[in-house]
Design a protein around this ligand. Sequence first.
Ligand code: AMP
Ligand code: MG
Length: 390
Amino acid sequence: MIQVEQALSIIAENSTKMPVQKIQVHKALGYILAETVYSPINMPPFRQSAMDGYAFIHSERHQYDIIGISQAGDHDDIKLKENEAVRIFTGAFVPKNADTIVMQEHVLASENSILITRMPEQFTNVRAKGEQILKEQVVFEANTRITPAAIGFLACLGITEIEVYKKPKVVILVTGNELVKSGKELPKGKIYESNAVMLKAALQSIGIKKVKSFKVKDSLKATKKVLKNILPKFDIVLISGGISVGDYDFVKEALLENDVQEHFYKINQRPGKPMFFGSKNETLVFALPGNPASSLTNFYIYVYPAIINIRGFSETHLPKLIRKLNTDFTNNTGKTLFLKALYDETNVTILESQSSAMLNTFAIANSLLVVPHDKENLKKGEDVTLLPID
Ligand code: AMP
Ligand code: MG
């Protein structure tokens, strides 16, 4: 049995970045850049007015004759004299020798002239050419995540296509004779299947949508067969249940018989001990425990960072928070604990129902509190580490 940190590093060692693909900018939300992007233009491409007002050459003078108009989209390079101004609007081209724009609220205007009532400083309200970015400057470094604002910025630079890491194709396989789909009446001895929908939601929250799931009975033959079929088709295979030591747990055997290479089996933690991690060619296989709280905990602790890593993110772990524990706590298990917890601005409370089978408090938790395996006593008021989840 290995420790949590070893499990994490084995997963990291065996995770390689996804191949890259070209993608249209408007479809790239949530993808991670695989290239450094340079600007093909200056932005703004020309000196722009930042206000509706009047463009003029800054001086002591307050009175100006209006000799023309520059509307957004125009490009009329009107040559101004010292006593002349141009009516101008936000985003419009600023005539070459004008250096200042007075906003219209600060002038008294007649048809042909203006009197500036509040003199702006020189260069006010002129957006310099290239003030956001110059041609050939770096727009984004590789490994940047594409946000809505990033899409806007790329679009305003005229960039239509970028190179990103592909999203992995993920599949979920749930095992268990006892499982029925929710929505049907519950036959005696059965339970509703919840891991597949829960893991799908967890995947969605990190940008992996449209995940297929399959269900298989507790049979070695059937498990082997379905794995043989799905292993070559997906980048990541998540399996739920059947990985413990019961007489009807066939997942490990079925994986090994499909030539999946074992990287580890069982981790010194609670919940979530019975987990298998392996790979076949480029496919990563996470066989998660069937107990729902264990399954989701191990998703957050192991699957999440693996996906983040292969998708090209620069930061690969769940963010960590430090809070003050508001009770004493004893860990006499010798295992790393991941406790469902609720934190606020200063403190953290350990919730009831920590059993690996129970989701009732996980469902209202906002974090997993990490108690290291070698930490026996935690005192009230002590700083503890949390992994926020949503
Ligand atoms: P297993 O790891 O297959 O021994 O399952 C451990 C426990 O988790 C058992 O009580 C199962 O009924 C339950 N379980 C397994 N898979 C699921 C699932 N997909 N949805 C809900 N509960 C499950
Ligand atoms: Mg089972």
